[in-house]
Design a protein around this ligand. Structure first.
Ligand SMILES: Nc1ncnc2c1ncn2[C@@H]1O[C@H](COP(=O)(O)OP(=O)(O)OP(=O)(O)O)[C@@H](O)[C@H]1O
Length: 309
């Protein structure tokens, strides 16, 4: 449905997007997972034709979005990361404004606003001004604005950043429900739990490049045989990391202020020596747990960083 080919966007010396290829197939929830600054928003701006690429092509059903932006924009629903709402207007007026921009008018518009309000679950607040909405409700309304014209492909840029867990859950469930009803969705996030939960196809992005892609299980297979242990300490330090690095069987160590994540093959067998080594260095373990392989571990394995570094 959507094909991105050798797409790049440079801002002088910054390679925000640096030659990426991916394909979103009809009917799937496709996830673009990467840390802040990976290039996700820039990719979405390029697909939305908000800015021209440095090079590359974007095809929607085999037609170039770059060459025919007007015709194809109507097929896309874009949920930008920044809330695009008028705070002094009501929810209804905001939806009405956005619907009007898409050429929906009169009774059709009224009916569509009612339907969309039901989908995003803000029916009882439509008459309130948006500046009285919670952050989560604003995000939901932002999603509603992108749904009014019944797009075929919904593109969502980190739609759950900075909101309460209840609204977050509502948004995730809405994504799944829209997809169940036949909508294709491109979803970007730096929350690996969301991407694992929602997406059947995933690209992991870092520093403008796609560094891995596949289903969740295919990606986790990249670290087959690897396991991780997370240790909570009063504090970590370079001395501790240096001591652990000397141990055989440890492949990578990621140390935060009070947490350390150690990866390696069959790390379970190394737990006792790891604990002894930590005790020898005078550090105190407060908690310890084995981590199941997940996309965070894949990202750490590929980049040496965590998604929220
Ligand atoms: N208009 C711009 N001018 C200069 N640099 C930019 C511009 N837009 C983005 N960048 C840079 O491009 C890189 C990618 O940014 P982008 O916003 O696409 O990342 P992201 O993965 O969406 O992260 P975030 O979630 O923080 O938005 C960053 O280094 C960013 O600072």
């Amino acid at each position: 449905m959507l094909k991105v080919e050798n797409l790049a966007k440079y801002f002088s010396h910054i390679k925000a997007v640096d030659g990426i290829d991916f394909q979103v197939r009809e009917g799937e929830v496709f996830g673009l997972l990467g840390p802040n600054g990976a290039g996700k928003s820039t990719t979405i701006s390029l697909i939305s034709t908000l800015c021209p690429p440095t090079r590359g092509e974007i095809l929607y059903r085999d037609k170039s979005i770059l060459k025919e932006p007007g015709a194809l924009r109507q097929k896309l629903g874009i949920v930008p990361q920044d809330i695009a709402l008028y705070p002094t207007l009501t929810g209804y007026q905001n939806l009405s404004f956005w619907g009007g921009l898409y050429g929906i008018r009169g009774r059709d518009l009224k009916q569509r606003i009612e339907e969309v309000a039901g989908i995003i679950g803000i029916h009882d607040r439509l008459k309130d001004k948006v500046d009285q909405y919670s952050g989560g409700m604003k995000r939901r309304l932002n999603i509603g604005a992108a749904l009014l014209h019944r797009p075929e492909l919904l593109i969502m840029d980190e739609p759950t950043v900075g909101i309460d867990p209840q609204s977050r859950k509502h948004i995730l469930d809405t994504v799944l429900e829209l997809n169940r009803q036949g909508m294709t969705i491109l979803y970007t996030s730096h929350y690996m739990e969301e991407v694992e939960y929602l997406c059947s196809a995933i690209c992991i992005m870092d520093q403008g490049k796609i560094i891995a892609s596949g289903s969740r299980d295919e990606l986790v297979d990249l670290i087959k045989g690897q396991s991780q242990v997370a240790l909570k300490l009063e504090e970590t330090g370079p001395d501790l990391v240096a001591q652990l690095e000397k141990m055989e069987g440890i492949e990578s160590i990621k140390a935060g202020e009070d947490e350390i994540i150690i990866s390696g093959e069959n790390i379970e067998a190394l737990l006792a020596p790891i604990v002894s080594r930590i005790n020898e260095t005078g550090h105190h373990i407060l908690a310890m747990g084995l981590k199941k392989p997940n996309l965070e571990a894949v990202f750490l394995h590929l980049t040496g960083k965590t998604l929220r570094d």
